[in-house]
Write a protein that binds this ligand. Structure first.
Ligand code: PMP
Length: 386
């Protein structure tokens, strides 16, 4: 009998996330992990969330189904955070679901989707699931590579979507300048593609200023409560022109009927308490800034000229280059010394990122970050002798 693959043709083209596989190894006791993409558990406002749950569970229909667009109270609050009309807002199960639904709503098999290289792997997977033709452009320190994108467009390539993480990019840490944002919006208008501005980190700016969103009707902005409140709430949102919201709404009915009414009510309660929320954001952004500084000063002290890194200005990640080091090989040595990170190749589409790595500074305390970098240096010295 011929062997028939059990997965669909679409799924055959989807790369499993090596990062998720890695986390199983890195989250072992005794391992100091710079690998995780998660926010710090110690910065999750547990008491305030419990308070929101207690208050909102008594609301009429808090435990009922809601509309596929989401609870209107929460859509109103998100609309005011985004500075737009509530008709533009649809609530999703984390912003990852928005990526998945948008891919299904807007992309046909073979359509070109442009991503950054290195890429946010969750976005890559969402587009691979719909059999998009992925074109990856090497990211710059100023975010998505507008020069390479312009050349692609001039050659006649017509993407459906350009995916961009405009603020504190995962994994590279880059933030797009205003000029890059405006150029992307102009190109989208001229060539008729959608910009998916995937922005879960924008509020985590170390200097307090949230960068301005990408302008234009062709921009679909994605936001999330995962990095500012808690990932387990699974509340994200999409801010788009109503025609796109309608399409995604239809798809969301088939995906999960609706999100969690109670969780959306809780997010409405938390985000609308602006005095508390702004103070909370200040607190987590300064904690991350402190941790980022601890990590980069440890890199300077321990690794000196043998490391190059982007100085984080927000978010949770520091992208490093260790010239001459294969970071995938280094990882197994590093694990034996009790430190973990994600090798650059895990985020690569076409680029050679063998000597790069993503270090998360979010979850460890400053002293522990220093110890993690000490272990990393020992592993590098050891690997060099192999
Ligand atoms: N986009 C980016 C760039 C991310 O880094 C993440 C999470 N790591 C997501 C989207 C998805 O986050 P969530 O579904 O929790 O909102």
């Amino acid at each position: 009998m011929p062997t028939v693959p059990i997965e669909s043709a679409a799924l055959r083209g989807v790369r499993g996330s090596t990062i998720r596989d890695l986390l199983a190894v890195t989250e072992q006791p005794g391992v100091l992990s710079l690998a995780g993409g998660l926010p710090a558990t110690d910065l999750i406002p547990v008491d305030r969330i419990a308070d929101a749950a207690a208050r909102m569970i008594g609301q009429p229909n808090a435990l009922q189904y809601t509309t596929s667009r989401g609870v209107s109270l929460c859509r109103d609050v998100v609309a005011s955070v985004e500075g737009v009309d509530p008709h533009r807002i649809l609530l999703t199960h984390g912003s990852q679901q928005a990526l998945s639904l948008l891919a299904q709503a807007l992309v046909d098999p073979g359509d070109v989707v442009v991503v950054d290289d290195p890429v946010y792997v969750g976005a890559l997977q969402a587009f691979q699931c719909v059999r998009a033709e992925i074109v990856a452009l090497p990211i710059t320190s100023d975010g998505t590579n507008v020069g390479a994108l312009s050349r692609l467009l001039e050659r006649g390539v017509r993407p459906r979507i350009v995916h961009t993480v405009s603020n504190f990019h995962n994994p590279s840490g880059a933030t797009a300048s205003t000029a890059t944002r405006n150029s992307l919006a102009d190109l989208a208008e001229t060539y008729g593609f959608w910009i998916v501005e995937d922005d879960p980190y924008g509020r985590l700016s170390f200097d307090g200023a949230s960068p301005t969103p990408i302008p234009g009707e062709r921009t679909i902005r994605l936001g999330s409560a995962s990095k500012t409140l808690a990932p387990a709430l699974r509340v994200g949102w999409l801010n788009a022109t109503p025609a796109v919201v309608d399409l995604v709404e239809r798809l969301k009915q088939s995906a999960d009927l609706c999100g969690s009414t109670l969780n959306q009510l809780m997010v409405a309660d938390l985000l609308s308490d602006t005095t508390w929320f702004d103070a909370h954001i200040d607190m987590i952004a300064s904690a991350y800034a402190f941790r980022a500084h601890a990590l980069t000063s440890a890199l300077d002290d321990e690794l000196g000229d043998s490391v190059e890194y982007t100085s984080p200005s927000g978010g949770m990640f520091c992208w490093v280059r260790l010239p001459g080091v294969d970071t995938s090989e280094l990882l197994s040595v590093a694990l034996s010394y009790g430190v973990a990170f994600v090798p650059g190749s895990a985020f690569a589409v076409d680029a050679d990122l063998t000597d790069s790595a993503r270090l998360s500074f979010a979850t460890l305390q400053p002293d522990t970050l220093r110890e993690a970098v000490r272990r990393l240096r020992t592993a590098i010295d050891d690997a060099a002798e192999l």
